[in-house]
Design a protein around this ligand. Structure first.
Ligand code: KG4
Ligand code: ZN
Length: 337
């Protein structure tokens, strides 16, 4: 049996995990940097990189301890090297290269977006391919035809903001703090999703593309009218809750409609969803209902595997079995799609 050590530092979570070549996850440790970025209302790249530097070695130690192994037991090192913030990615990539070199074991480079889909495979405990894959995170909103764990063809992505970014920006408009997704979901629970008629961009045409910036702007005008320049966030109360609920309903609607269109277009009967926004309960419920109607099987991982983590880098096992190892001069690649 081979033990893998995987590292994730692409954005604002420092994470390490230990898993086996049989896809048994022995430990998964995530150190969130939310508190460091909250007062800026978003992730500050330089702060993220410095926090990764501080946190990564303790996080690795904890992952090894929780798995009941030492570095001497590690037979392969994996790292997310793309996409993400370049300075943040570099911390994980540099650490992984040194570890692989020092231990004399193979190094495997894993794509963070592909890993979000692979989290579904990991959670399901069985093959999920071929499937339609939806990745909805702070940095990405994209639909893929996934013929295998490493064979993903882009069907369409967002033209502007990612879905998670829209949740974060609407949370800022409504004064709900950072990170915005969970805050908007909590606020929306008390609101009426039909209170404001917000746009559902591209819902009525067949394009498998998304646009969230117009929706975010519509929330801003619905909140403040035309007097946006001097506007302060709304007070707690029904208006704020209704705005959150109406925005969330529009975002969930377009994501669900586009998944339905992708299933019909590809003829596939499986949908795998990953990324931080897939933690959203109304989205999970809407996708569950849509898939039931379409006769499709839905795969969404538990919450801990939706948001950023290193266990989903178990995709490395697929590369390992094919001998797809990374070169010693592996680099961080900020852009992928
Ligand atoms: O996958 P992730 O942890 O990091 C990236 O790769 O970007 O996704 C983070 C994004 C953030 O924009 C956050 O607001 C959003 O996922 N998010 C949510 C929820 N939990 C996290 N959005 C909506 N509802 C949630 N419950
Ligand atoms: Zn992510």
């Amino acid at each position: 049996m081979t033990h893998f050590l995987a590292l994730e530092t692409s954005c604002d979570e420092t994470a390490a995990a230990v898993f086996t070549d049989g896809l048994a996850v022995r430990s998964s440790v995530v150190a969130s940097q939310t508190d460091l970025h909250a007062r800026f209302g978003g992730v500050v790249p330089e702060i993220a990189s410095r926090a990764h530097l501080r946190n990564l070695l303790p996080v690795i130690d904890e992952a090894l301890a929780k798995a009941g192994v030492t570095l001497a037991d590690i037979g392969c090192v994996a790292v997310h090297n793309t996409p993400g913030l370049v300075g943040a990615l570099l911390v994980g990539v540099s650490a992984a290269k040194v570890l692989a070199l020092g231990l004399g074991v193979p190094l495997i480079a894993v794509n963070h977006v592909q890993s979000h889909i692979y989290a579904c495979r990991l959670a399901a405990g069985r093959d999920i391919f071929p499937c339609v894959g939806l990745v909805v995170s702070g940095g990405h909103t994209a639909l893929f035809q996934c013929d295998g764990p490493l064979a993903m063809t882009l069907l369409g992505g967002t033209r502007d903001d990612a879905a998670g970014e829209a949740f974060d920006k609407v949370a800022a408009i409504l004064g709900l703090g950072f990170p915005g997704g969970p805050a908007v979901e909590r606020e929306a629970a008390a609101g009426d999703p039909k209170a404001y008629a917000l746009p559902r961009p591209f819902a009525d045409d067949g394009r498998l593309e998304f646009s969230f910036s117009g929706l975010k702007t519509a929330v801003m005008y619905a909140c403040h009218g035309q007097d946006v320049a001097r506007a302060k966030p709304p007070e707690p109360g029904p208006k704020r809750a209704n705005l959150a609920a109406s925005f969330q309903a529009a975002a969930v609607d377009v994501l669900t409609i586009k998944c339905k269109q992708a299933l019909r277009k590809t003829g596939l009967k499986r949908l795998a969803v990953g990324g931080g926004v897939s933690a959203n309960k109304p989205l999970r419920a809407a996708l569950t209902a849509m898939c039931a109607k379409e006769g499709a099987e839905l795969f969404i991982p538990p919450l801990s595997l939706c948001t950023d983590n290193a266990a989903m880098a178990a995709l490395a096992v697929e590369k390992w079995s094919r001998g797809e190892f990374a070169p010693a001069d592996l680099d961080a690649e900020p852009n992928w799609i």
